[in-house]
Design a protein around this ligand. Sequence first.
Ligand code: NDP
Length: 285
Amino acid sequence: GRFREYNTEAPQETSIKQLLSLEHKTAIVSGSGAGIGLQVVHAFAEAGANVAIWYHGNKEALDRAAEIEKKYGVKCKAYQTDVTDYENVKQVINDITKEFNGRLDIFVANAGIPWTDGGMIDGPLTSYHKVVATDLDSVFYSAKAAGEIFRRQYESGASLTGATMENYSYGSFIATASMSGHIANIPQLQSAYNAAKAGVRHLCQSLAVEWVKFARANSVSPGYIATEISNFVPPETKAIWRSKIPMGREGEAHELKGAYLYLASDASSYTTGTDILVDGGYCAV
Ligand code: NDP
């Protein structure tokens, strides 16, 4: 390989089709057997990427991977991973990198759990630790393991292979934060989750600076999206949320596709250290 100096030149202008293409790239998306993560996998596969799905308990992920391979003609495999276990995360990332042509271009840290246990005073400390481990520590672990590969690719020049805009095809790290990392949303029993998600945003902002030579890092903050994770929320609370959303409805998981595709692709070549809110205007009022 060849070592390049830190490149500060702007990329050549290219077509929109090229900008949004993920051809020849390898992506990993955690928590992607269903919900938002699965829609992100669809978006990346349709844009031409080979994608690894990460699931924890939901074995239907294996069927989803087979369907995606068939539908888009890309490589898609599902891996069982516990994102709260650093050694496991590192091992699976390394296995995937070997199995997917030795490359890793995009990592989406999307796995997460809600806080369901009675709030700060009445909730057990064990629940707090579980939420922080799954929603924040996991992002740090994934970033640590994926970042090592992004840096190695930069140092060896491997990130030039198959790139559409060769100077800019560094790694792209994206984490799923939440509008709850921007505001203290009701129900007002979410302090642990909210703090973890605010931490996710700032972790990505910090990584953007720490990694600027070899990778970009950003987060996406969904608002109220109709998926499994919000099933614990009582209908009265959902009605209050809905009434507070300027667009007057919850979002569908597929409406997140654009934000992730933008951040994963060369369309966002000059975007790092930022967060994209996709919340129907919730945080705008
Ligand atoms: P889902 O519950 O469908 O997705 C959460 C995913 O996290 C599941 O696929 C689950 O895997 C995975 N997961 C949980 N614990 C672990 C673990 N220890 N190791 C590995 N994977 C794990 O809901 P969403 O799609 O809505 O959630 C995706 C992300 O979006 C989360 O980070 C969530 O906090 C965030 N978010 C969601 C919002 C919403 O309104 N829906 C709003 C704002 C943010 P498995 O099912 O295989 O066990």
